[in-house]
Design a protein around this ligand. Structure first.
Ligand SMILES: *[C@@H]1O[C@H](CO)[C@@H](O)[C@H](O)[C@H]1NC(C)=O
Ligand SMILES: *[C@@H]1O[C@H](CO)[C@@H](O)[C@H](O)[C@H]1NC(C)=O
Ligand SMILES: *[C@@H]1O[C@H](CO)[C@@H](O)[C@H](O)[C@H]1NC(C)=O
Ligand SMILES: *[C@@H]1O[C@H](CO)[C@@H](O)[C@H](O)[C@H]1NC(C)=O
Ligand SMILES: *[C@@H]1O[C@H](CO)[C@@H](O)[C@H](O)[C@H]1NC(C)=O
Ligand SMILES: *[C@@H]1O[C@H](CO)[C@@H](O)[C@H](O)[C@H]1NC(C)=O
Length: 602
């Protein structure tokens, strides 16, 4: 399941771009890097031929010159010596795009400050013909103020999305990053530009969301904007730029395929310093729990969402308790609750447990079967809209427990999460930055984005393809240590790997008897079974204050008890070798008055 990348592959990926000699910035550079290397070797042969020929002719001329005057000879030799070494040129349009620039959109998108006759522009990935066109645009200060910036491309057949987003990394090593290198744009030597414009190819919309060339160009544009102190960045593309590098809140104007963004240097600087993908951690586990003396940070909050039933109320109460008691944080705790599915009594319980309860209108997944378990999972998107009074939010699913302080997660940017499978993140713990225009952007895509698992996780992974990795200890899936084929399956976690957050997959602990994890009794859920994790949850439950919260909201309904007994009998009949089905149940909830059949019949 977990694909481990060999270090050799990483190294090859990092070195390869530098080994390649590239052609001129002319026609050959407009092609894909793989094609350009073969065509440049052809043109190299021609060059060699020309140079040999030239040398032959000039040496003959020199011979003749020797016969004439000695002074002339010395002069020529000196001149030959002083000729600069031939430069290895890097193309200024490294990633081909066949789409024509619509110049009307470009000029319409530019703001008045960049439309002045003196505006200077740094261009990334525009063809020589397009660069010429930029120079002719009336809004710039002529050819002297337009610079085509060179960028060394990466070989996208070697540096793929999977090399940037490995499923598993060794988090314990403190060595230098194993991320592939995406070269920086050519250094501008302190020169300033008013505008950075980047031409982003977007030929194939189905593959464009995870396209290394597009990522490289956007990161290069951000770096360039910071370096040359440009106040704005113009993105020319049929695709939307990365929402967490060029966020909609920085968008000044969009005309056709041209989008003008304000440069926020501090914002961009932080982001371009992040690992290029999930090949390295965005934040590391703290060496000490250093939260207690911290002043209250009003612009940060923990949040959870309850969207379909009150089955998760007990879980959310235990979660609040765990955040407050085990982590000692001073951040606000906010629960977004759909009032049509969670009643007033339950909401009062949530408030008593420490949550600030906010009403939320749930969001339907248009592709879900009505009545299905994931019909309302898109409600999580409300986090971006209803928490705009916070700059940063750590979202935690209601079926999780916080076992140690995770306040350090507030140092991670949007979207940071733990790795799930393939190149995807798990949306159970997420760092996000609420913003109404981000919410609008998400809602606008609900109909066209296909979620691989029908839930919010699949949806968010298609929008935030450029996500940042959190240590896996902050979202330990309960079955983690039972994985047969995964890493660390056999070895217990080291001290620094002890779970910070436990994610209770399968049947939730509050829906089992406290004596053992009832996932044992159902064959297809056994991979989620762990008596140790189960006991951990109940230890938090037992500390819930005030006590009535636990007795009232974590009680078992009669039908749940019946389901538990039915599962137990199935396991007994199957003679399940784990023998949990034969344990004596001491949980008082087994005998709660509601269980007693009112009128036992024959
Ligand atoms: C890892 O590196 C950080 C600084 O980069 C340092 O503070 C920390 O002590 C190192 N940890 C280990 C285990 O070497
Ligand atoms: C577009 O990308 C998809 C997915 O990578 C690929 O299967 C398809 O062949 C591409 N289409 C074109 C026209 O390149
Ligand atoms: C975002 O939208 C919500 C709901 O429409 C509104 O209550 C909130 O004030 C908005 N936030 C900002 C910062 O405009
Ligand atoms: C949808 O939400 C429910 C309830 O929160 C959860 O149990 C389920 O795993 C989610 N499904 C997906 C596919 O995200
Ligand atoms: C149940 O399993 C145990 C050992 O796992 C075995 O001794 C016993 O005979 C089995 N009983 C039945 C009814 O199969
Ligand atoms: C079930 O547990 C009881 C004691 O609680 C024990 O006497 C009995 O042998 C157990 N049954 C099996 C099949 O192990």
């Amino acid at each position: 399941m977990a694909a481990l990348l060999s270090p050799e592959r990483h190294r090859a990926a990092a070195i390869l771009p530098f080994l390649r000699t590239l052609g001129d910035d002319g026609a050959s550079a407009r092609k894909r890097p793989t094609a350009s290397s073969s065509s440049s070797s052809k043109s190299g042969k021609k060059k060699k031929l020309a140079i040999t020929l030239a040398l032959f002719v000039s040496s003959t001329l020199l011979m003749l010159a020797i016969l004439k005057t000695r002074t002339l000879l010395y002069g020529r030799i000196l001149k030959l010596h002083h000729r600069p070494a031939p430069r290895i040129t890097v193309p200024n349009a490294p990633y081909a795009t066949h789409r024509h620039v619509h110049w009307g959109s470009v000029t319409a998108s530019l703001s008045d400050t960049t439309k002045t006759a003196a505006a200077s522009v740094a261009l990334l990935n525009f063809s020589p013909a397009e660069v010429k066109r930029w120079r002719k645009l009336k809004l710039t200060g002529g050819s002297s103020s337009v610079r085509a910036v060179r960028l060394q491309p990466v070989d996208t057949s070697v540096v793929t999305w999977a090399t940037l987003y490995p499923e598993w990394i060794d988090e314990r090593t403190n060595s230098t990053s194993t991320c592939p290198t995406l070269p920086d744009p050519e250094h501008q030597g302190g020169q300033r530009f008013d505008l950075v414009a980047v031409n982003l190819p977007c030929e194939n919309t189905s593959s464009s969301t995870r396209d290394v060339a597009r990522l490289h160009l956007q990161l290069a544009a951000a770096k360039l904007a910071v370096e040359v102190h440009s106040s704005q960045v113009l993105v020319v593309s049929d695709c939307t730029p990365l929402p967490n590098l060029f966020p909609c809140k920085h968008l000044l104007r969009r005309r056709g395929h041209a989008s003008l963004y304000a440069t926020r240097p501090a914002y961009l600087r932080r982001r371009v310093r992040l690992p290029v993908g999930s090949c390295d951690l965005a934040v590391r586990l703290p060496t000490t729990d250093q939260h207690h003396d911290e002043p209250k940070r009003r612009w940060e909050a923990y949040a959870t969402v309850l969207h379909s039933s009150d089955a998760y109320v007990c879980g959310a109460i235990a979660l609040a308790q765990s955040i407050r008691q085990q982590s000692g944080t001073s951040r606000d705790l906010v629960a977004l609750v759909d009032y049509s599915s969670v009643g007033p009594e339950q909401r009062a319980g949530l408030a008593a447990a420490g949550w600030q309860v906010r009403a939320m209108e749930r969001i339907r997944n248009p592709r879900a079967v009505p009545g299905s378990y994931n019909e309302w999972n898109y409600s999580k998107l409300r986090l971006w809209q209803q928490l705009t009074d916070y700059r940063r939010v750590v979202f935690v699913d209601a079926d999780q427990l916080v076992l140690r302080s995770i306040d350090f997660l507030f140092d991670a940017p949007e979207v940071s999460a733990t790795a799930n499978c393939r190149t995807l993140f798990n949306s159970g713990v997420m760092v996000l930055e609420p913003c109404n225009c981000t919410f609008d952007m998400l809602i606008a895509r609900v109909d066209d984005v296909r979620s691989y698992n029908g839930g919010d996780q699949g949806f968010l992974n298609e929008v935030f393809t450029w996500w940042h990795r959190l240590p896996r200890a902050v979202n330990v899936l309960k079955y983690y240590h039972h994985q047969q084929d995964g890493h660390n399956a056999a070895s217990p976690p080291s001290e620094e790997e002890k779970p910070y957050v436990m994610h209770y997959l399968g049947i939730k602990p509050w829906l089992c008897f406290r004596d053992y994890d009832c996932n044992w009794n159902v064959p297809w859920l056994q991979r989620f079974a762990s008596d140790e994790a189960h006991a951990r949850w109940w230890a938090v439950h037992d500390r819930i204050q005030p006590k009535e919260l636990a007795t009232r909201f974590c009680a078992l309904e009669a039908r749940q008890r019946e389901a538990l007994e039915s599962d137990r009998r199935q396991a007994e009949m199957a003679n399940a070798s784990d023998m949990h089905w034969n344990r004596t149940i001491t949980d008082p909830r087994k005998l709660s008055p509601f269980t007693m059949p009112l009128a036992p019949t024959a």
